[in-house]
Design a binder for this molecule. Structure first.
Ligand code: FAD
Length: 438
């Protein structure tokens, strides 16, 4: 009897074969359609453990899916779709929140909004809790409260041996360290407990400047960040002229826990630029800051990179401005860090680049059928900008080779992750996209 047939007999409601709707949605991720042999959609950690034990005994590869916004569709074996483990429960009055790994961040924000609470997450409603949290989690609130992993207090984890562990600072501390940035290499996270933070009293909105003024806007954003309190969060995006519905040029999405008068004072260097073309600032709710993600990977070839920028020097900003002033349409994003993000010790979690004052992402956008020469030309602009960064952010890195792993984790972090991996998954059952070998 095949492994899938046997598992279907043991968990008849949970196993979905190719062709069924639960298989099609469960095996689809942002980057495309996967082709696993079967999708298992468990309804408890105990069922996850049963499926893991059965797959390990049969030598069948396992892939884990939470929100499906990863960039690596499953190609074989068993896919564990955690969509039904999506409960969001406030644990008491101290802001501790239990969140199922399969929940989406928009659902978390909506559930916490009536309590005036929020958790640092990404910018979009659709991204899943599991993948984003295990990779770090950079989004709104990062300067105020740190990364998603900095607000993480406990993880319920199903190991390769099929044990269900409670992992926190006291129980399995090394594993808890590794789960905060080391990705899905250590087991299946079924439930997270976060410390939520107050988010009532936000003001924010959008600013936009003329396309020709990129260097001045980059300098003004840097000057704002050098003086800003931790309560300010935001991302500067420089869009190339690409689609008529999206205006080209520099634009800022910004929010402050404070008053509009304070926000205007903090943003004065940017508001006073004569190139300011559009401005809308006012009260905002945290839940409304999260936007819908595009339905899937855009049909372009993206030649890009990202990295933590420790020093927003004039030289770095000049390279960033040059990157978007080329023949290849190039998109650049400079997300505010520093603040609470930078007060976490470099060895406290698996995200080590805590001196980052911003996260840079730069992408040359080429037609899908571009030539090697066009790709190489786009690469030059990207590489010149990335040279001012100290390491990559895993969740923004769609490359999975050894060079990418080395760019994400400094040597000491990588060695420590490997030591935890040898302890908890010596047989290398969980081969996450950014694979940490035992
Ligand atoms: C449109 C878009 C916007 C984004 N915006 C942001 C952003 O603002 N900030 C940010 O930090 N990141 C952002 N990301 C990146 C995002 O954090 C990662 O792609 C993340 O992996 C998505 O998590 P997921 O659960 O939705 O993905 P999935 O595809 O479900 O999972 C991705 C991988 O994570 C691992 N994994 C997932 N869940 C588990 C689990 N429960 N246990 C063990 N391993 C697991 C698996 O290896 C899996 O292959 C964005 C991505 C997209 C596509």
């Amino acid at each position: 009897m095949s492994f899938i047939t046997e598992l279907s007999e043991r968990m008849p409601q949970r196993v979905h074969a190719p062709g069924s709707p639960a298989y099609e949605t469960g095996s689809h991720v942002f980057a495309g359609q996967g082709t696993p042999d079967a999708v298992v959609r468990p309804s408890s950690a105990a069922e996850v453990a049963e499926a893991v034990r059965a797959a390990v005994a049969a030598g069948v590869p396992i892939t884990v899916r939470s929100g499906g916004h990863g960039s690596d569709p499953a190609t074989a074996g068993l896919l564990l779709d955690l969509s039904d483990l999506a409960a969001v429960e406030l644990a008491g009055t101290d802001g501790l929140v239990h969140v199922g790994a399969g929940a989406k961040w928009g659902e978390v924000a909506a559930a916490l909004a009536p309590h005036g609470l929020g958790i640092t997450s990404g910018d979009t409603v659709d991204v899943g809790v599991g993948g984003l949290a295990l990779g770090g989690g950079i989004g709104w609130l990062a300067r105020t409260h740190g990364l998603t992993v900095d607000l993480l207090r406990e993880v319920e984890l199903v190991t390769a041996a099929g044990d269900v562990l409670t992992v926190n600072a006291e129980s399995h501390p090394d594993l808890f360290w590794a789960l905060r940035g080391g990705g899905g290499n250590f087991g299946v996270a079924t439930r997270f407990t976060f410390q939520a933070a107050p988010v009532d009293g936000l003001v924010g909105g959008h600013l936009r400047w003329d396309q020709s003024d990129v260097p001045a806007v980059l300098r003004a954003w840097r000057d704002v960040l050098r003086e800003a309190p931790d309560e300010l969060n935001g991302t500067l995006l420089v869009m190339p002229p690409l689609m008529p519905e999206i205006p080209a040029g520099p634009q800022l999405a910004v929010a402050l826990l404070g008053t509009e008068a304070e926000l205007r004072r903090i943003l004065a260097p940017m508001l006073e630029l004569p190139s300011l073309a559009d401005e809308s600032l006012g009260p905002v709710a945290y839940v409304d800051l999260l936007e819908a993600a595009p339905p899937g990977k855009p049909p372009f070839l993206m030649v890009g990179g990202n990295g933590f920028v420790p020093d927003l020097s004039d030289e770095a900003l000049e390279a960033f401005a040059r990157a978007v002033d080329r023949e290849v349409p190039t998109m650049l994003l400079l997300r505010a860090l520093g603040g609470a993000f930078s007060r976490v010790a470099a060895d406290a979690t698996a995200i080590a680049q805590r001196d980052g004052q911003a996260l840079l992402a730069v992408n040359g956008i080429l037609p899908a059928e571009s030539t090697e020469e066009q790709i190489a030309a786009a690469r030059v602009a990207v590489d010149e900008a990335i040279a001012f960064t100290t390491g990559r952010y895993s969740n923004f890195t769609p490359e999975f080779d050894a060079d990418a792993i080395a760019a994400i984790y400094p040597p000491a972090t990588l060695e420590r992750l490997r030591a935890v991996k040898r302890e908890v998954d010596p047989g290398d059952v969980f081969r996450a996209s950014h694979h940490i070998a035992p």
